[in-house]
Design a protein around this ligand. Sequence first.
Ligand code: FES
Length: 125
Amino acid sequence: MAAKVLLCRGDMLAEGQSRGFDPWCEGRDTVLLVRHGGKVFGWRDACPHHGGTPMAWRKDAYLNADRTRIVCAAHGAQFDIASGLCTLGPCLGQSLQCVDIELSSEQDIYIRRDGGGETEHDKQR
Ligand code: FES
C-alpha cells in the first residue's frame, strides 16, 4: 500500500480557494490544491515553462482574480484547473503534473507518495 500524507481537512479548502503544501518537508510548497466546481484538484507546484519553477506569487496564491485558472507568477502562464493544461502563456500546450490525492470519508485530503491505480483526478472525471 502506498504511503499517504495528510494535506488538510476538507473544510480548510473552500470552493474557489487554492493552497500550497510541503508534504515531504522539502522546505517549500511542492504541491498545490484547488477546490473548483465542488471537486478537489492536486498538482505539483512546478511550472513546466522553466524546470519546475514554483508558481505562487505569495503563500497559497495560485489563482487568477476570478479564480478560474491556475497562474504561474513568473511569466503569467495560465492553466486549466481540472486538466492542468496551459491555455495561455509561454508553455502553451504543456501541462502541470498531476499528484495522486485521496479524500477520506470525512473529506480529509491526503496525498499518496506512490502512484498506482486510479487517481482522484480520474475518479472525478
Ligand atoms: S516559469 Fe511559469 S510561466 Fe515561466
